[in-house]
Design a protein around this ligand. Structure first.
Ligand code: ZN
Length: 286
């Protein structure tokens, strides 16, 4: 994530200039006040820069020491980073905290720790790709436990996380906590955020939108091979990964960040593809 991308800045600037010039022409003819075009262009520029401004504001101060402590304790990747990449990781956490909306459902509360746990997942997935971004407008809902298809809190509910195309991202709060406390390849935050990257593309197809088009066919073939391995019991990925290519991708992402050595040993092609996609190797510092 970046505070402001050069390409966004250029587009905003060009649109503001266009708007200003058009306004100046019209205002000169109607009111004889072409200088008002400057005001219109300036306002247009400020409007276009509201996201970078929000990011700048969110990152002006460092994260509180409790948050830094939590990251150091729960995110081995962050812990292994050098000082500068660590600061960038922290900044990404702040941006995610500022741009996602968080709410508790029933008696679950959106605590600072739960918010941090989700923001840390976003920072981790995007760390190697500073040019990538979170899609806008998602709300994160924390449930007190597993929930069912109707999004109701249910002791028999089987969902601990769910991602909706246009809607909220749902998490069972205990599952979020579990994900960062155990490095066993189960991390519901990484799983659902992996879907979020997937959803940004043409659909939920396990083909991340941000994948270079030239790699798409090779990626599809690889995912199908890996699904077969899961189905025939020749995979370290859990059986749920065979549901479809989107789940294969999300489950593989969990393992990639939580047990990279194991994934590298068991599925070197899949591991290398994820290293290329995320532009980092979780075995070393990013
Ligand atoms: Zn899934």
């Amino acid at each position: 994530m970046q505070i402001v991308r050069r390409s966004d800045l250029m587009v905003t600037l060009s649109l503001a200039v266009f708007l200003g010039v058009a306004a100046a022409i019209i205002l000169n003819r109607t009111l004889g006040m072409p200088w008002l075009g400057l005001v219109v262009g300036g306002l247009g520029f400020l409007y276009g820069m509201r996201r970078p401004f929000g990011r700048w504001r969110a990152t002006r101060q460092r994260l509180p020491s409790e948050a830094l402590h939590w990251l150091g304790e729960h995110v081995p990747f962050y812990r292994a980073l050098g000082r500068r990449p660590q600061a960038r990781f922290e900044r990404d956490v702040q941006i995610a905290l500022a741009e996602l909306r968080f709410e508790g459902v029933a008696d679950a509360k959106a605590t600072d720790e739960l918010k941090l746990a989700v923001a840390a997942g976003a920072a981790l997935l995007l760390h190697g790709r500073p040019d990538w971004d979170l899609p806008r407008g998602h709300t994160v809902l924390f449930y007190p436990g597993a929930f069912d298809e109707g999004y109701d809190v249910d002791t028999a509910g089987r969902f601990e996380g769910m991602m909706n195309l246009q809607g909220p991202i749902l998490f069972s709060a205990p599952a979020v906590e579990y994900g960062w406390r155990h490095e066993d390849g189960l991390n519901v935050v990484l799983h659902e955020l992996a879907h979020l990257l997937d959803f940004q593309g043409s659909g939920v197809d396990g083909l991340p939108a941000l994948l270079a088009p030239s790699s798409a066919d090779a990626w599809r073939r690889l995912v199908q091979e890996e699904i077969q391995k899961v189905k025939t019991g020749h995979s370290i990925l859990r059986p749920y990964a065979a549901t479809n290519s989107a789940e294969l991708f999300a489950v593989a992402v969990e393992l990639f960040f939580e047990q990279p050595d194991r994934l590298r040993d068991g599925h070197p092609k899949l591991f290398d593809a994820l290293v290329a996609l995320f532009n980092l190797d979780p075995r070393s510092e990013g």
